[in-house]
Write a protein that binds this ligand. Structure first.
Ligand code: GDP
Ligand code: MG
Length: 436
């Protein structure tokens, strides 16, 4: 994938003392190929590479960053600019109802995202009405009704009536039922054609939506960009919902849409479940494409269940490298609240590959707890003290075996090593602000 390619390139830049023109040129040639292979629009790539080059060559090398890190930082920043703009906000009309119209090709995720949006807005205190304007397949109406039922949100439908009439009637219905947001799910086609555009134009004229959002499948790469360009030209888009970003996307669509069409990606679809919608974060997307892990998502997820003060203490300990077995135990308990340990660790840059060495089976946690609890305070602080006789005592005390005690100590040691890496400037330092 793109991130592997770029990381290869950046690895080679590592260890170079200065940002020389030849080095930058060489790296940029590879970045260019990697981006093209990721299905990024060729013109976007050309401009992007030129900009990064211009900023990189002859740059004063900051003390806190290696040259490679500095180029990554520039690539990261330029990617953010490329995808930039305000993140997911729906313009709420001063006079309700706010009308949102979802359009796009068949299978892009319109119906799913109509429901997800309704759910999201409902959680923000709004009263949304879902409107079934995809009249060509009875199953499409049913699909929206099922989702509405699941979310306990009202769905407005009039069977095979003309979409324009349904849309108009839905506004009246919303007005008399206290619904302040109307979300219109429209029909798609396999390809853009005049019939589809005509129908959408008619609905637009009839209800004057506050937001026309294009739903596009990120997996379709450049096609998604072409589709966005056509829809924008024909109908004037207010934003894009980029779906299926949970899949194995190559990043091309995310990186090109804004640059090619000028339309902001407002939301990202991250799965089939009803809560799998997020405001689109260019910075996170850039990190993900660069393979630096989604650090911000990690921090956010951690903060949801971590006691913030505890997290701070933990960070300080990490930086001072005073992480003890007691902290390990503590952290394990926190992790239990946060969900599978592996899914958390995978989000930390560079951990993926090392993960299997320190993999903690969630079923093991009871044993681990017992083992640590059987150690003295001093042993927990200085595990190096634990030689054979102590191992025997701890195994006996915890009802485990000497091998299990040994293996825990070994894993803890590996974890400490890993954490030292992240606390160092070459590790997570770059995104976390690094050491000044
Ligand atoms: P529509 O034809 O545009 O209305 O598309 P649908 O909403 O019916 O979605 C088509 C398929 O894509 C369905 O199976 C959805 O469950 C699936 N889908 C929609 N959004 C996402 C997403 O963000 N991630 C994943 N993995 N699947 C999605
Ligand atoms: Mg649909």
């Amino acid at each position: 994938g793109l991130s592997d390619k770029l990381q290869e390139t950046f690895k080679r830049l590592k260890g170079k003392g200065k940002l020389k023109e030849a080095d930058v040129n060489e790296a940029m040639r590879e970045v260019r190929v990697a981006l093209l292979e990721a299905d990024v629009n060729f013109k976007v790539v050309k401009d992007f590479v030129a900009k990064v080059k211009e900023r990189s060559i002859g740059l004063d090398v900051l003390e806190s960053l290696s040259p490679a890190q500095q180029v990554i930082k520039i690539v990261h920043e330029e990617m953010i600019t490329l995808m930039g703009g305000a993140t997911g906000k729906i313009l709420i009309a001063s006079k309700p109802p706010t009308v949102i119209m979802l359009i796009g090709l068949q299978g892009a995720g319109k119906t799913t995202h109509a429901a997800k949006l309704a759910n999201m807005l409902n959680k923000q205190g709004k009263h949304p009405l879902l409107v079934a304007c995809d009249i060509y397949r009875p199953a499409a109406i049913k699909q929206l009704q099922v989702l509405g039922e699941q979310l306990k949100l009202p769905v407005f439908s009039m069977g095979q009536e003309s979409p324009v009439e349904i849309a108009k009637a839905s506004l009246k219905h919303a007005n008399s039922n206290g619904q302040d947001v109307v979300i219109i799910d429209t029909a798609g086609r396999l390809h853009i054609n005049e019939e589809l555009m005509g129908e959408l134009r008619d609905i637009k004229t009839a209800v004057k939506p506050h937001e026309i959002l294009l739903v596009v499948d990120a997996m379709t790469g450049q096609d998604a960009v072409n589709v966005a360009e056509s829809f924008h030209k024909e109908l004037g888009l207010d934003g894009v919902i980029l779906t299926k970003l949970d899949g194995d996307t190559r990043g091309g669509a995310a990186l090109s849409i804004k640059a090619v069409t000028g339309c902001t990606i407002k939301f990202a679809g991250m799965g089939e479940k009803m809560d799998a919608i997020e405001p689109f974060h260019p910075d996170r997307m850039a990190s993900r494409i660069l393979g630096m892990g989604d650090v911000l998502t990690l921090i956010e997820k951690a903060q949801e269940s971590f006691d913030e003060k505890k997290a701070k203490e933990m960070e300080q300990k990490l930086r001072k490298q005073e992480f003890t077995l007691d902290d390990f135990l503590d952290q394990m308990q926190q992790m239990k609240k946060m969900g599978p340990l592996s899914s958390i660790l995978e989000m930390i840059p560079g951990v993926g590959k090392q993960l299997k060495d320190v993999q903690i089976d969630e079923k093991d946690t009871a044993h681990i707890e017992a083992i640590i609890r059987s150690m003295t305070t001093e042993e927990r602080r200085k595990p190096a003290l634990i030689k054979d006789s102590r191992k025997k005592r701890i195994a006996k005390g915890s009802g485990t075996s000497v091998q299990e005690v040994g293996s825990l100590l070994k894993r803890f040691e590996q974890m400490q090593k890993m954490m030292k890496q992240f606390a160092s400037p070459g590790g997570m330092g770059m995104l976390g602000g690094g050491k000044k």
